[in-house]
Ligand binder design. Structure first.
Ligand code: ATP
Length: 464
């Protein structure tokens, strides 16, 4: 990669990161104490956007697909779960190498996977020769590094009280397979969806919120007859890709990568990653896995509880196969932000005080936009106008996430709203006082239409 391309990438990343902080999407955790390793806080707009992503995913799974139910399992579980699942052994460990001179740490598998063609071979060669890609120093021998975060439950901090923060949400689903099956009187095939926090002691956290130590997963486990597993694998991969397309990700920015057999996780029979083209390269945002009967058979064996499924009286029980779709809420949010971020040099809003500033528009899908509607009185020193605007705000805020803004010129306020992806701006002006109409401006087309205040709620319902 040449210097200019590298600079461009880091420019775009810097701008997105800076927008996130400046406009209240994402802040570094414990910032006033110098920050805390790879943990981030979602600010007022970030939390709205993440909630929107979770809502859209949840509805997609539990409303628009038959036979999927929800679950919210505890983060803390018996350590026996993690022992049985293989997470405490080599199965859930990354190989870490460290440069003896610059002390930068690398995941060995990442060194081998560097995207860019020219760098790929250099990095591979360096990894083979145990040289550092940063400074060419000597690398240490790879050593296994377990990713589970340990904690203690109860007053005594000894091994008997040790457990782990969950590293993936799906184990809670397997723990409840039988409870859900019986209580909901389900039949195979069916799915269980869950959203929740997961924790990994990542050794090379980087790229802003791409790789964090505390993150949120949205996982759906689909239990099916082993003979239908391939069919459902294809079905779910297709469904998940179409979810991203529908939420505005361009097809050219998504691709799939089938994980080679020798690199599969210990539980997986097949895995396809969905990759997004981030400014820093193609990276995984979601994994679709065929986990076979590893989880249920293994937990059955270790717990002594029969997790087999009887399809028909008189037939043998079997362990259902599991097709898993697993995506990070934060990582997908990052992808949606990168996709939506657009700069227009010289600006696209012509105002009287027209500057030649670069304008930023966050073209988020309306379902994901943190603020749906901004209510803007044309001027703030006319009581009739501001009173009307506040009335409109009160009328709409219970149904839509709204922002009332009266500070600065109208052009500046439009730009401020465009920058955070607000889908519609409503302007209350002098005509409003005469005929009770307001202007509705669309973020993407900048088209404006005049609407009666009495019709605004139903119009917004239709548009949003
Ligand atoms: P990676 O190769 O990036 O470490 P993984 O293959 O270990 O990811 P999975 O265990 O399949 O990831 O997790 C499923 C999804 O959870 C990922 O596709 C990603 O969206 C999210 N995820 C995993 N680890 C992290 C993390 N450290 N920070 C943010 N999101 C994560």
């Amino acid at each position: 990669m040449d210097k200019n391309t590298k600079k461009e990438i880091s420019n775009r990343m810097d701008k997105i990161v800076s927008l996130c902080k400046r406009r209240g999407f994402i802040f570094q955790s414990s910032e006033i104490y110098g920050g805390f390793g790879s943990c981030y806080d979602f600010g007022p707009l970030g939390v709205e956007m993440k909630n929107n992503i979770k809502k859209v995913w949840w509805e997609e799974m539990t409303k628009f697909h038959d036979n999927i139910v929800g679950l919210d399992a505890a983060i803390l579980m018996s350590p026996k779960v993690w022992q049985a699942s293989g997470h405490l052994t080599a199965g859930f460990a990354d190989e870490l190498v460290e440069c003896k001179s610059c002390h930068i740490r690398f995941r060995k598998d990442e060194l081998e996977k560097i995207e860019d063609n020219t760098e790929k071979s250099i990095a591979k060669k360096m990894a083979r020769e145990m040289r550092c890609p940063n400074c060419n120093g000597e690398l240490t021998k790879p050593r296994k590094f377990n990713l589970m975060m340990k904690t203690f439950v109860g007053p005594v901090e000894d091994e008997a009280a040790a457990t782990y923060l969950r590293a993936e949400t799906c184990q809670g689903i397997y723990m409840n397979f039988k409870n859900v099956l019986q209580s909901m009187r389900l039949k195979i095939p069916f799915g269980i969806a869950q959203i929740g926090k997961a924790f990994r002691n990542e050794i090379t956290p980087k790229d802003f919120i791409y790789r964090m130590r505390e993150f949120e997963q949205m996982e759906m486990q689909w239990f099916c007859n082993p003979q239908d597993a391939d069919k459902f694998f294809d079905y779910w991969l297709e469904q998940r890709l179409s979810w991203y397309y529908r939420l505005g990700i361009d097809k050219k920015n998504l691709k799939t990568y089938e994980v080679p057999k020798k690199e599969l996780a210990h539980y997986a029979k097949k895995a396809v990653d969905i990759l997004y083209k981030f400014p820093f390269g193609w990276k995984e945002i979601e994994g679709i896995h065929n986990r076979g009967d590893w989880d249920l058979s293994n937990h059955s064996k270790n717990s002594g509880e029969d997790l087999g499924y009887l399809e028909e009286a008189g037939k043998d029980k079997y362990f259902p196969y599991i097709i898993e779709t697993s995506v990070g809420a934060d990582r997908s949010l990052f992808a949606f932000l990168c996709e939506a971020y657009q700069e227009v040099e010289g600006g696209r809003t012509k105002t009287t005080e027209s500057t030649k500033e670069t304008e930023v528009i966050l073209r988020l899908h309306k379902a994901l936009a943190p603020i749906k509607v901004a209510i803007l009185p044309l001027v703030k020193n006319n009581e009739e106008i501001t009173k009307k605007a506040k009335e409109v705000y009160q009328l709409l805020k219970k149904d839509f996430v709204c922002q009332y803004d009266e500070a600065g010129s109208i052009g500046r306020r439009y730009r401020r709203q465009d920058e955070i992806g607000t889908y519609l701006c409503l302007t209350i002006d002098f005509d409003t006082i005469k005929d009770d109409t307001i202007t509705v401006r669309n973020r993407d087309t900048m088209k404006q239409e005049r609407i009666k205040i009495k019709d605004i709620a139903s119009l917004l319902k239709e548009k949003l």
